[in-house]
Design a protein around this ligand. Structure first.
Ligand SMILES: *[C@@H]1O[C@H](CO)[C@@H](O)[C@H](O)[C@H]1NC(C)=O
Ligand SMILES: *[C@@H]1O[C@H](CO)[C@@H](O)[C@H](O)[C@H]1NC(C)=O
Ligand SMILES: *[C@@H]1O[C@H](CO)[C@@H](O)[C@H](O)[C@H]1NC(C)=O
Ligand SMILES: *[C@@H]1O[C@H](CO)[C@@H](O)[C@H](O)[C@H]1NC(C)=O
Length: 471
């Protein structure tokens, strides 16, 4: 009881501080520090953080919204709130399949005399909360095995797996080559339960299952691709990076070449089903839609037979990817990296990294350890982040793409190297980092571009070229 009160006090204090900030800053017309707390509308911002301190008492949900508003959502973590409703359960199952496709396994162990079927996960110790979520949501009968650096959750009870796992994995199938493994595992499990096969016969299944051998004439049902599967798979296999030298961020998934098809399906699914959120500024929206198919791409296979699916465009990350992932439940420690990663993207998008401010430098430095685990793991420093967002006015114009803003604010634009292309109504329609890139686009020389910038004549019957941004 005492503990609960203290934590509430802390939260209250934090909110008072933020509210205070809001009041304090309110005399200024800029709405950039508008902080709104929501009690309802939970579905909108259904982020769940198992990693905040005091997780068994308070579930805090927060979301860095766009348009410069920071919205913080909190919810008491009482019993009712912890129970997932039907929709959440289905979404969790989809997530679980994606996470299993990445980090889980179906396998068999033992000899003819004692042959066992397994399903489970073996993760870094930092991910114990994730296994607890899986165990609790599935009401899994086995306990988590805690080792020195790792944690393991496996189930071997055949009847339980038959009753609880098969319905999930039949409804939401695996979409990597783990699908073959599951199908053989299921067949073996059912034969074993119904005692139609001897262990001797089942021993043959073991190799097929454990080696993910491809089964001819069996097609992986990729058409079941969905948002929650993607998040689960990403939590297991995805990487979030911040390149502070280039002020850019990236999300990528590396896979062995034999999972290439899965990456292609993810790519097509995202390009066909996800879109910029409604309040994406018009110019950015048009830019994204005009370049849509380049926003996410597959690399060539490297020497080690690895292939990447990457998305690295800041506007795409900010207006498409992040809002999507903010609306889903995360269950692994990667949520922590994701929060830091999206905070840095928010800082970059506002141009705050161009401001000489120690808090910002400190935060960017801090996130260098974004993906570290164990003792070097970093937490999500919401206080530092709030401080930055609430006390610094955005430098970048939110109506322009990230790259346009960085050209405007780079040394290059001061020396007049950037090219801004307007239509005859003075609407900005394109930007280039140099005369050369503009020339390449318009099939003319850099001198031609320079000439039109200088004389201000109408270029190609429809454009005006400038070396500065008009207001
Ligand atoms: C802050 O944003 C909320 C929601 O968009 C709005 O209702 C409220 O009036 C805004 N407050 C201020 C001070 O601008
Ligand atoms: C995948 O991307 C990472 C990060 O950009 C890079 O280090 C790696 O070499 C890439 N691998 C391939 C196969 O392109
Ligand atoms: C410029 O504006 C006029 C009137 O608003 C419109 O009819 C015309 O289509 C616009 N031209 C361009 C190139 O957008
Ligand atoms: C430049 O030339 C290429 C091929 O030669 C063509 O596809 C492209 O449309 C041209 N661009 C412009 C702006 O005329």
């Amino acid at each position: 009881m005492i503990k609960w009160t203290m934590i509430n006090m802390n939260l209250l204090l934090m909110f008072l501080m933020i509210m205070n900030n809001l009041i304090f800053k309110n005399n200024n017309n800029n709405n950039y520090n508008n902080i709104t707390t929501y009690n309802r509308n939970m579905e909108l911002y259904s982020i769940q953080s198992p990693f905040m301190k005091n997780m068994n008492i308070i579930k805090r949900r927060y979301h860095t919204s766009l348009n410069n508003n920071l919205i913080i959502v909190q919810k008491n973590n009482n019993e009712d709130n912890l129970k997932l409703n039907n929709l959440e359960i289905n979404n969790f199952h989809k997530w679980l399949v994606g996470f299993t496709d990445g980090d889980g396994s179906f396998y068999m162990k033992g000899t003819e005399r004692d042959l066992k079927f397994f399903y489970g996960f073996h993760l870094h110790k930092d991910d114990i909360s994730c296994l607890e979520h899986i165990k609790n949501n599935l009401k899994l009968p086995n306990n988590i095995n805690i080792r020195e650096t790792s944690v393991q959750l496996t189930v071997t009870k055949k009847q339980w797996m038959n009753d609880n796992l098969l319905p999930i994995f039949d409804k939401y199938p695996c979409m990597t080559i783990k699908y073959y493994s599951y199908m053989k595992w299921k067949e073996g499990l059912m034969k074993s339960l119904n005692k139609v096969s001897s262990n001797k016969e089942l021993m043959e299944y073991k190799t097929l299952i454990n080696n993910y051998e491809i089964i001819k004439d069996m097609k992986i049902p990729y058409n079941h691709m969905n948002d929650h599967w993607i998040l689960g798979f990403l939590e297991a296999e995805g990487s979030l990076t911040i390149e502070s030298k280039r002020n850019s961020c990236k999300l990528f998934i590396s896979q062995h070449e034999k999972s290439k098809k899965t990456l292609e399906v993810i790519k097509d699914y995202i390009l066909n089903n996800w879109k910029p959120i409604d309040n994406t500024p018009m110019f950015i929206k048009n830019y994204l839609l005009n370049n849509w198919n380049d926003m996410i791409y597959l690399s060539k296979t490297n020497k080690c037979n690895v292939i990447n699916l990457t998305t690295a465009n800041m506007d795409f990350l900010y207006y498409v990817i992040i809002p999507k992932f903010n609306n889903m439940n995360w269950y692994s420690i990667k949520y922590n990296s994701f929060m830091n990663w999206q905070s840095i993207i928010n800082i970059y998008m506002k141009g705050l990294h161009k401001i000489n401010n120690n808090n910002i430098k400190e935060y960017i430095e801090y996130t260098k350890n974004l993906n570290k685990k164990g003792i070097n793991k970093i937490d999500y420093n919401i206080e530092l982040y709030n401080n930055i967002i609430n006390n610094n006015k955005p430098l970048y114009n939110k109506n322009y793409p990230y790259r346009t803003n960085s050209i405007i604010h780079s040394k290059k634009s001061i020396t007049g190297v950037g090219v801004f292309v307007y239509d005859l109504n003075n609407t900005l329609i394109m930007t280039f980092t140099s005369h050369v890139t503009a020339g390449a686009h318009f099939n003319c020389s850099k001198h031609e571009i320079a000439k039109y910038i200088k004389n201000g004549n109408v270029f190609m019957n429809k454009y005006i070229l400038k070396n500065i941004l008009l207001d």
